[in-house]
Design a protein. Structure first.
Length: 486
């Protein structure tokens, strides 16, 4: 017995032919990026993709499908040491990256107002990868004190490593491993570096994977915020990025699909309610072991307890108790502005301290209900230390790639961050370097510095070196003039 199939419409035929032969919509566009081009808008503006090659002179390019969330590392000759920074982080993001924002996103949003945050991500990873390859597959979440910044965020950087090549060897997350934790059935090793700028946090999956589905990012954020106190709930989550940090090679790495979603509302991670004696006493700032300077906002609270039902005090080294006031910015808490400039009575060599800071909660009758103590240190005279520029020298005529070098004299590198900028433009972070003496250093390619012509050379260009303390407060800056040889 035979049956006849219904006739296909012309439109259906066209769609089937398109599927079979890979015909793309007319609006699709394949872009290529090979440097630090502006992030490309993809998936109808929902996300942006950028190559973000920031620390390598070697060739490396990505291809971007602007109609979807797909991008591929087309080629890479990057060859950085695995104990140094990667050369590039080709990535997709939602939110705002250095002032460039995606469309239709709830971000930026304070952590205290994150009701949910999840992501699905499918990747292609060379298997087996070349033996010389060194890369990771990682989310990068950025937190900032304010809702917007055109430079490096000043709150915290939180990475989530899904995999890396080679596994169980370098490269590894920044800082040191501090703990292991299981969240929603996934085991992570937690890494932390307090003296990075901003402080660096990483959750490294103990078993590598090429994809995740509905990964609960908020569970990780809240573990770092409410359990470890690395993140202040008032800080803004300004971007969620996903990509590949490239130390060596990496050609063939690809994002097949990416999705991120967040909702605004009360963050459920602050813990349940309770009595004055049972509610967790959480110290938002300072973090334990932090190195600080200037005036700092001490912040703490009893979780989910109305501010009107208790008082909070801070004290140092068992001394006078100082009343903290109610504050609702970024979530209800108690806060006090504390000037640390006089905290010099204990000397630890390259810093003052250690100082024991105790937060004491009392009920309205004055009975102490809870106490918690942390240790902090105070930097030594950052503002008075000379800022010396080792290279370039003022008035020099240069070419090619140059190592910009500078430092605050006799100040530990971990106590401050240094940036370089040209003609008052973008601040570019410099890294710690001990070759030839402690200093900050950045490799700068001058080949594109042609926007000002002085006849026999390009220029003059004003290069400014700027320093900030760990809280992001400016310390000192110094400007020189250089020229680029023709």
């Amino acid at each position: 017995m035979s049956t006849s199939l219904p006739k296909l419409s012309t439109l259906v035929k066209f769609v089937l032919i398109g599927i079979l032969f890979g015909i793309r919509p007319a609006s699709a566009q394949i872009l290529q990026q090979c440097g630090q081009e502006s992030p490309a808008s993809v998936d109808a503006g929902s996300y942006r993709v950028e190559n973000n090659k920031f620390d390598s002179p070697q060739s490396e390019c990505i291809s971007i499908d602007t109609a979807t969330t797909n991008f591929t590392v087309a080629n890479s000759s990057i060859a950085n040491a695995t104990n140094d920074s990667p050369g590039a982080y080709p990535s997709i993001y939602q939110g705002c990256h250095w002032g460039t924002c995606s469309s239709n996103s709830v971000l930026p949003l304070p952590v205290s107002s994150l009701a949910s945050a999840s992501s699905s991500w499918s990747t292609t990873q060379p298997n087996p990868a070349p033996s010389t390859d060194a890369w990771d597959v990682a989310y990068d979440l950025w937190f900032n004190h304010a809702s917007m910044t055109n430079t490096r965020p000043d709150g915290a950087e939180l990475m989530i490593w899904l995999n890396h090549q080679p596994f169980n060897a370098s490269p590894q997350p920044n800082g040191s491993p501090v703990d292991t934790v299981t969240l929603n059935g996934i085991s992570y090793q937690v890494w932390y570096r307090a003296d990075a700028s901003p402080p660096y946090i990483a959750y490294e999956m103990t078993e590598g994977t090429a994809s995740v589905s509905n990964l609960d990012l908020l569970a990780i954020i809240n573990d770092a915020t409410f359990n470890r106190h690395y993140i202040d709930p008032s800080w803004y989550l300004i971007s969620v990025e996903a990509g590949f940090e490239l130390w060596n090679g990496g050609a063939g790495l690809a994002t097949n699909s990416f999705f991120f979603n967040a909702t605004s509302g009360a963050n459920p991670g602050g813990g349940g309610g309770g009595t004055l004696t049972s509610a967790p006493l959480n110290i938002w700032w300072p973090t334990d072991g932090s190195l600080l300077s200037g005036t700092q906002p001490f912040k703490a609270r009893l979780e989910n307890i109305p501010l009107s039902t208790y008082k909070m005090f801070w004290s140092v080294d068992g001394g006078q108790m100082n009343l903290m006031s109610d504050n609702s910015a970024g979530g209800d808490h108690k806060e006090a502005s504390v000037d640390l400039t006089g905290w010099t009575w204990r000397d630890a060599g390259d810093r003052y301290g250690p100082f024991s800071v105790t937060f004491t909660a009392q009920d309205l009758s004055g009975t102490t209900v809870q106490q918690r103590t942390i240790t902090i240190y105070v930097t030594k005279s950052l503002s008075s230390a000379p800022l010396n520029i080792w290279w370039p020298t003022d008035g020099s005529v240069l070419s090619g790639v140059q190592p910009f070098k500078a430092r605050l004299e006799n100040i530990p590198l971990s106590s401050y961050a240094m940036y370089w900028s040209v003609d008052n433009g973008q601040l570019n972070l410099m890294t710690d370097n001990t070759a030839g003496g402690d200093h900050k250093e950045a490799s700068v390619d001058l080949s594109g510095w042609t926007w000002r012509d002085a006849g026999s050379a390009y220029g003059p260009f004003s290069v400014t070196f700027s320093t900030k303390d760990q809280a992001g407060n400016p310390i000192e800056s110094k400007t020189i003039t250089i020229y680029r040889a023709k």
